[in-house]
Design a protein around this ligand. Sequence first.
Ligand code: HEC
Length: 139
Amino acid sequence: MLTKSISIVVLVFLFLGCEQVDRVEDVAKKYQDDTTEKTEKISDDIDQGLGATSGKELYNGTVNTSSCAGCHGSNAEKRALGKSDIIRHWEVETIIQALQEYKEGTRDQYGMGSLMTGQVKYLSDSDIRNIANYIYNLD
Ligand code: HEC
């Protein structure tokens, strides 16, 4: 009798266990679908850039999801998070090269390169050029 009850309990647990695996798989599938959708959206954004013509808008985060100004200062006069160089008055080409390298994930000056990769990965080449021109032309 005891053995029988134990087997029933075990069976119930096994059954619940399988149910849960199903649910985990559902969640995983849904997560994957969501991620695929988001990745496709991001790829579209990368192909088309953010459609922004103004480096000022990009720099100040009115178009981009995050604002360069938030860390580098509204006149690019700050060391971002106390780490980066002050990029105000950097040459246009120097800024472009740095941003391209962050986008490719190959630049890391102060151990925070991946943070910058997150900032620029959505930007097209022309977005980057517009931002660089904007920074260079700040007073
Ligand atoms: C969350 C804060 C943050 C934001 C937002 C941010 N940056 Fe940065 N930025 C940093 C940090 C930290 C570094 C240093 C990264 C490293 O270790 O190489 C950096 C580095 C740089 C550099 C190279 C400076 C150097 O010293 O080599 C440039 C150029 C730059 N950022 C431009 C931008 C632009 C343009 C944007 C907006 C698209 C932006 N950043 C957004 C924090 C930020």
